[in-house]
Design a protein around this ligand. Sequence first.
Ligand SMILES: Nc1ncnc2c1ncn2[C@@H]1O[C@H](COP(=O)(O)OP(=O)(O)OP(=O)(O)O)[C@@H](O)[C@H]1O
Ligand SMILES: [Mg+2]
Length: 291
Amino acid sequence: MTASGIIDSETQIDEPVGNDGNRGQIVIVFNPKGGVGKTTIAVNMAAMLQVRKGQRVLLVDCDTVTGHVASSLGMENVRTVADAWTEDLSTGMAESFAEIAAPHLNGVSVLVMAESPLHTEILEPKRVAEAITTACRVYDWVIVDMHPDYGPLNQVIFERADKIIVPVTPDVPAIRAAVQLREVAVELDIRERLAMVVNRANSGVSVADMERTVGMPALAEVRSAGMLFVRAANEGRSAVERFPKEKVIEDIENLCDRMMATRDSGATKSGQGFMGIFSGGRNTNPSMRAS
Ligand SMILES: Nc1ncnc2c1ncn2[C@@H]1O[C@H](COP(=O)(O)OP(=O)(O)OP(=O)(O)O)[C@@H](O)[C@H]1O
Ligand SMILES: [Mg+2]
């Protein structure tokens, strides 16, 4: 399997991932506030890991209400998990997520849970969580874009996550939502897996202040990129492929490098969490200051 190739199902079954055969990582992108950049960051992280880092990536659109992963990648009418599992009832088959997913031209496997928000009963949360975990046998990264809610589907996926990336824009509603998430995370026992990504970071608000206010370490910053993300999505591509030389893509690369570093250091849900890795989160990006 090459970085940009399409995975065939036999390869997936026979070949475990990772340098040392370890399973892939489940990274969810979540903030209970809408419009903070969850989908943008999920799509571009997935593309960066696949295209530039040679990783095998499954990008899951778990937003069954307003999901727009596939449309932002120019993939219309994809077969969804709800479609596949409904068909499987009559065929007696049980397709894995790797088999249901559709390949994007950039090599990322894209999986959409459901097209219609009204017909999701078949997406039994535990079964979805199991299927995501199984996908880790054949992908290096399973990146999950979430709908902003704390419903049963999201809760079981939180449980399985190795990392929870929390995009936060420097505005009061987004910061409040992240503080709420930090509090909820204590109850769900996932606090150590949370890491903030300050999105639209070049707005004059200090990242250190955001870390203090939100109470989460900042894993990385992503600057405001004007219309670049929208323009790329309108062309059905990620900004990583469409605008590879832009500064904002350096930010995405930086974010991915740090995620890969946490994987390699073992700082996941069973490890020390993000706090200890980036010197208390003081990982501000000097180039951001200049822009
Ligand atoms: N760093 C950025 N620079 C410029 N535009 C951005 C940036 N991040 C996000 N956007 C834009 O902001 C809008 C909202 O982003 P996005 O759809 O990723 O948010 P979301 O958190 O997934 O929203 P929802 O909760 O509705 O799913 C999009 O038009 C996206 O292109
Ligand atoms: Mg979204």
